[in-house]
Design a protein around this ligand. Structure first.
Ligand code: GSH
Length: 96
């Protein structure tokens, strides 16, 4: 069960891992804002351990990395592609 885009455990449905000065991060967040999708932003600019975890969890070295319901869905391009296909809302609805 979700309230205001958050699960009852308090974890946001969408997490966006970002760094400073990251145009793709800005682009991804702009899309989420445009769609009115709440998200938790996690800045890994100065956190090597979290950055290493992110690479391991996603298999990718770029930011942003976006998780929906705890599942990595890729970066800004993938998020836009999900939206273009109409699958973004479906993923959100299906997210635990
Ligand atoms: N196709 C990726 C591109 C992401 C990207 O190039 N991000 C830059 C920062 S804006 C980055 O992580 N650069 C570091 C690198 O390529 O190692 C996306 O849409 O998220």
């Amino acid at each position: 069960m979700r309230r205001g885009g958050c699960t009852l455990r308090g974890m946001a449905t969408v997490q966006v891992y970002v760094t400073d000065y990251c145009p793709y991060c800005t682009r991804a967040k702009a899309l989420l804002d445009k769609r009115g999708i709440p998200y938790e932003e996690i800045d890994v600019s100065n956190d090597d351990a979290k950055r290493a975890w992110l690479v391991k969890a996603t298999g990718r070295r770029t930011v942003p990395q976006i998780f929906i319901g705890g599942e990595p869905v890729g970066g800004s391009d993938e998020l836009h592609e999900l939206d273009r296909r109409g699958d973004l809302q479906k993923k959100l609805a299906a997210a635990p």
